[in-house]
Structures are given as C-alpha cells and as structure tokens.
Design a protein around this ligand. Structure first.
Ligand SMILES: [Zn+2]
Length: 123
C-alpha cells in the first residue's frame, strides 16, 4: 500500500508544494466518517464518492505555507490529518469535515459552503 502510493504522492507533492511528514501513514477512515461525508454532501449540495479519498495521518507537524495545520488536502483526493484531529469527536470532527469539503469542492479555496456547513473554524 505505502509503496504503491509513494510515486503518486511524490508527484502531487511536487505539484502542490506540500511535503508530507515522514511518519505520514495510510489511515482507514472509521465508520463515522461516512456519516460526516453525507452531512457535508447535504449541507454543501455537492456530491462525491467518499471511497475516492485517501486518508493519511501523522503525529508530527503538518506544515503548509509555513504554518502548522490540522489537516491538508492535496488534489485530487488525498487528505493528511494530524491524528488528534482525525479522532476529534469532541469538536464534531471539524477538521475532518473541513478537508472533506475541500475534496467535495475540489478546491483549496474556502467558499461559502465552509460557513454553511460550519467547518471553517478548525482550531
Ligand atoms: Zn482549508
């Protein structure tokens, strides 16, 4: 799995200027992610295939543009999460839902759906 993904990841990283942490590893999304995805589809009015998203977690530091992040979406369908945010039921998985919206919108922008779906304030 890791070896199979690596060449693709390197390509995407090169395109996006994002360097995955060295300890990033594939993450099998827990069952509740399916319900979160459906919620994000409903509030955004968009639809997408949840199975197309490849999840990765890390315990380290997720850096993008010089800032630490809870999650990073890499086009087209890769999501990197800090593990603490990937399991953050306490805050209703806001960082997970945030990255789901990036995948559904296929954009790194934060359009109105992020407010509509209450997924803007990750921290
Ligand atoms: Zn974002």
């Amino acid at each position: 799995m890791v070896m199979k993904c690596l060449p693709l990841l390197l390509l995407l990283i090169a395109c996006d200027g994002f360097t995955a942490p060295s300890d990033a590893r594939p993450y099998q999304p827990p069952p509740e992610f399916t319900g979160l995805w459906q919620r994000m589809e409903q509030c955004s009015g968009l639809s997408g295939d949840f199975a197309r998203v490849h999840w990765f977690i890390t315990d380290g530091d997720l850096q993008l543009d010089g800032k630490s992040r809870a999650g990073v979406w890499v086009s087209p369908h890769n999501v990197y999460m800090l593990e603490s945010y990937a399991i953050d039921a306490y805050r209703d998985y806001v960082a997970v839902r945030h990255e789901m919206l990036h995948d559904l919108t296929q954009s790194g922008e934060h359009g109105p759906v992020f407010t509509i779906c209450d997924a803007l304030n990750v921290n």
